[in-house]
Design a binder for this molecule. Sequence first.
Ligand SMILES: O=C(O)CCC(=O)C(=O)O
Ligand SMILES: [Fe+2]
Length: 209
Amino acid sequence: MNDSFSLFDDAPALEPIPMVDADVRFMHGFYRTPQSQALMQALLAETPWRQESIVLWEKEYLQPRLSAWYGDAGSVYAYSGKRFHPLPWTDTLLAIKHDVEAATSQRFNSVLLNLYRDENDGVGWHSDAEQELGRLPVIASLSLGETRTFRLRHRTRKDITPVSIELTDGSLLLMAGETQRKWQHTITKERMPREARINLTFRTILVPA
Ligand SMILES: O=C(O)CCC(=O)C(=O)O
Ligand SMILES: [Fe+2]
């Protein structure tokens, strides 16, 4: 699906972002228009988007975004006291997974889709350090649609400057190594009007033997 790997193309590559205690790589234009727009439209139409809730201090809150969870049948994900069973892969998602696996030399068995409908949607500071992601999670994050700012901050070292990355349409971000153990990340809400953005985070859920 992605034709950007030809030797004769000026193929962009995942470039390391210099960070302490983290392995973060990033590239613009992993998918380019019009392909990125076609994927966005397909995912907007095909996905059974849900607004999930989280429980904090015994109070239930709706998440400020819509989401959907897909993966291999065994890749059950526990999050905020709930267990999510994945939807079966679609052709669209399998094609994207194939491209992302080729670009990252990694294999993934699940993907979390997030839809940020406008500037009022976001995701708070967190790390993806759930037990079923293993000790050193590898997460590949594809962005489609509106650009949003991805911020990272070190969990314990206040002397380390936070990092901001503009996640443009069609960009690909890889987080590996100690990134989830040592850093947190967020997509902040914005003041100015924003169009919709879809983010796909490919993950590997370790299935208990
Ligand atoms: O939307 C993004 O770029 C980040 C999403 C995220 O951090 C997550 O789903 O865990
Ligand atoms: Fe995350």
